[in-house]
Design a protein around this ligand. Structure first.
Ligand code: CP3
Length: 344
């Protein structure tokens, strides 16, 4: 079995598999060249040949144990009828959903596949193009995180517009989350049918949900997506990433049914080993900034995280995406350190 799949199945490996969030991205000159050929980021996402190419680039260059489909979590809102565009140097912009009338204008779960069919083609391409030892990861955003963008129309530091809708018009807020949940189930199902071997649910803004809100809007939608995907695909392993979940990481495997819980870099690896890993595979934790700074600090952090998590199933990764200012040589150093360290 592929190394990533073995870790997801709960095996403890002497050298954990490794991949990296945003491994296809602007820190790679070959990515920038293909993106220029596509014209812009969204055209790249919807071009199966070029999206396949950029997904494969970090596999060729670094030999990661997994490839993640090249797409974006905001394609689901677009497929539901939201306007979406990217402002260079700033990030995504969307038309906003602020009331029942806005919600009513969105499409239903059955109408998303016309827009998303190029993504399924990319997955099919990758399933046949990847080396036999490389696992293929599909993904989608978690409903809360996707909703924060649909409500605010952009990324926000504190997700205030989404919290405001939740508190002022809970019915519309919950109906929007339900629609995203249903569409996400079907979208991920199609990725699995096209050849994704595991899927990851990105809840990048889970950390801004506190107390009962965390349970209702981070745990529950993820649990619902996982339960239905596993009903349709009983052997599918699933990775959940409730970023900045903090204490919420404890019990997240059991509460959602996730096979693997990805953690950011705000929690300590030893704490994760003690409090999260006993429930199943964990992934992540290395600060992305080490990909910019490199050196001895990178080497010692890779070893520290690997050693702290060596007693259970572990997938090595960053705590968040690699940034455009990263040096590809530091990525190579991370991989070498991880793979050599056992005999060192
Ligand atoms: O990890 C991968 O390599 C797979 C592809 C992937 C992208 N986005 C490509 C991308 C994945 C898994 C995502 C997820 C995503 N997208 C998230 C969740 C993970 C996270 O980072 O918290 C979120 C919140 C988004 C929404 C999004 N897309 C934002 C806020 C931005 C702008 C910020 C930025 O880095 O420019 C994007 C753009 C984006 N998505 C890029 C890439 C490679 C950069 C686009 C470019 O080439 O200019």
């Amino acid at each position: 079995m592929k190394k990533l799949m073995r870790s997801l199945a709960g095996e403890t490996l002497p050298v954990p598999p490794i991949w990296m969030m945003r491994q296809a991205g602007r820190y790679l000159p070959e990515y920038k060249a293909t993106r220029a050929e596509a014209g812009d980021f969204l055209s790249l996402c919807y071009n199966p040949d070029l999206a396949t190419e950029v997904t494969l680039q970090p596999i060729r260059r670094f030999g990661f144990d997994a490839a993640i489909l090249f797409a974006d979590i905001l394609l689901v809102p677009q497929a539901l009828g939201a306007d979406l565009w990217f402002v260079t140097g700033e990030g995504p912009r969307l038309s906003t959903i602020t009331d029942a009338a806005g919600l009513a204008k969105l499409k239903g779960r059955d109408d998303i596949h016309d827009t998303l069919s190029p993504i399924y083609q990319t997955v099919r391409n990758l399933a046949s193009a990847l080396p036999s030892e490389t696992a293929l990861i599909g993904f989608a955003g978690a409903p809360w995180t996707v909703a924060t963008y649909m409500i605010a129309g952009r990324g926000t530091p504190d997700q205030a517009p989404a919290h405001a809708l939740k508190d002022e018009n809970r019915e519309v807020f919950e109906a929007l989350l339900d629609l995203i949940t249903d569409a996400t189930i079907d979208y991920l199902d199609m990725q699995v049918q096209a050849g994704a071997e595991t899927v990851k649910i990105f809840d990048s803004w889970a950390g801004s949900l506190k107390g009962d809100d965390f349970r209702k809007y981070a745990v529950e939608p993820t649990r619902k997506i996982i339960a239905e995907l596993k009903r349709r695909h009983p052997t599918l392993p699933i990775i959940a990433f409730p970023r900045e979940g903090g204490e919420g990481y404890v019990g997240f495997h059991a509460a959602t049914g996730a096979d693997c819980v990805a953690v950011d870099d705000s929690v300590d690896a030893a704490w994760v080993a003690e409090n999260v890993q006993p429930a199943g595979c964990v992934q992540g934790n290395l600060k992305s900034s080490h990909m910019v700074t490199g050196g001895d600090a990178l080497i010692s952090e890779v070893r520290r995280i690997r050693d702290a998590l060596s007693g259970g199933p572990h997938i090595f990764n960053l705590g968040h995406g690699i940034t455009p200012d990263a040096d590809p040589d530091n990525v190579s150093l991370m991989i070498e350190t991880l793979r050599e360290s056992v005999s060192a």
